[in-house]
Design a protein around this ligand. Sequence first.
Ligand SMILES: [Zn+2]
Length: 480
Amino acid sequence: MDNNIKVAIIGLDGANANTARLIGLKNFEIETTLMSTIPPYTPPSWTSILTGVNPGKHGIIGWQKFNRDENTINLTTSRDVKFPRLTELLDRASYKTILINFPMTYPFSGIQNKNNSIIVSDWAAPTQTIYPRELHRKYEDYLVEPPHQWSKWEGNKKDYAKIVYEYTRTRLQIYYDLLEKEEWDLYSIVFSETDWFSHLYPQILEKKEKNIVTPTFQLINKFIEQAKEIADVVFIVSDHGFEIKKKVVHVNEILKRRGLIKYSRLKSTLVNLARKLPKPLVNKIVTSLNLQSSGMAYETNLTENKAFMIEPTVWGVYCKTKKDAEIVQMIFSNMPEIKKVLHSYEVFHGPYSKDMPDIILIPNKGVTFSQLFAREPIDNVYKGDHHPEGILYISGKDIAETPEFKKVVTVFDIAPTILHIFGLPIPDDMDGRVLTEIFEKDSEFTRRKPKYVDPSYYEKKRQDEKLKKAIKNLKLKGII
Ligand SMILES: [Zn+2]
């Protein structure tokens, strides 16, 4: 067993094949499509990359969740992740991990196993911080606030690129330091810059005016090259892809016209949000989702609504009863903008499927959704938005060149594959598989078959490690 292997995961939020080309990724043995979660959205997909399971098992579907018993909408945080992350499993087995900028990792108290971990907060955290605390003090000056509010720069697009560049340049001091000076087995980081740029400059997706993003992308590329020098195996992953959208379907407007939403301008939900969470966090999510002007949560009474969409990128409609779900299915089934209408049980499986939206709308190419009320149910637009096809690049020791994949590669496959590289067994309730095709035929990774264990294996491992440490301490003190 190779205990000294170093693996790096470098996440490029929302990157598709074009973005990867703009960044200039080269000399990777493997370059393929990575299928996102349904929906192809940042919170569920990064959580699936880290856990190897679908949202029905990890519980995350968006930045917000609907509480069916209380008829309230609440924000999701690290505490809502119901399946152990890859970094937590490694931590229990005494591997050292670094986790930077991953959504749903704040507050750090929501991550149970972090004795051997360093965690840097993501853009959605109300304050920028690092665990453990002494590293926060060390890097405080570089912990600049992420410029995630791309939509505020619609009128002044050029300046936004400069601001993102400065942010990236400053924060990279932390990323490089942790990469080069800290001890680690798994180094994982998410760059959200790719997602913000694809939203504000959709033309880069058509390879136009790409110079505006080049300076920032060069910084990221240089960092990737350095990670390749230090790590034995490097994975470049995106949580979802991107495409140009030309049509928008105003889902709640349609539901309102069918009498499923009662438009009443009651602001009860906003009050609920504000009461339960720290204000900076609420403000951050609300502005970044563009909810303040007109939205479900602010203009309707959730108790009276029979069916509604909360976050458009979730692609989901919550329904109060089975009959409401059937009506929603009927309404959207014959629309040319919609490819498929699925029931929750066709998409999600696991104990938290009950918290997911009841109906999932799969849009056709170039179609996006909105939760806002509008004059027309369907409008023309020109904007960049999420798409299920993301990217996966792999490079390093014993990685085979351009292998043929037996099945579509999905975000669920990353965590089990990395456990296998470390020679660790895979909890048998993970949904993904070990990507055995990526390894050279005569390598140790191929010779050693993937091993599956009961999920309790890692809990036991943690207790064993604790016991070992306790015994060592007693020996040191001369007690035994
Ligand atoms: Zn994303």
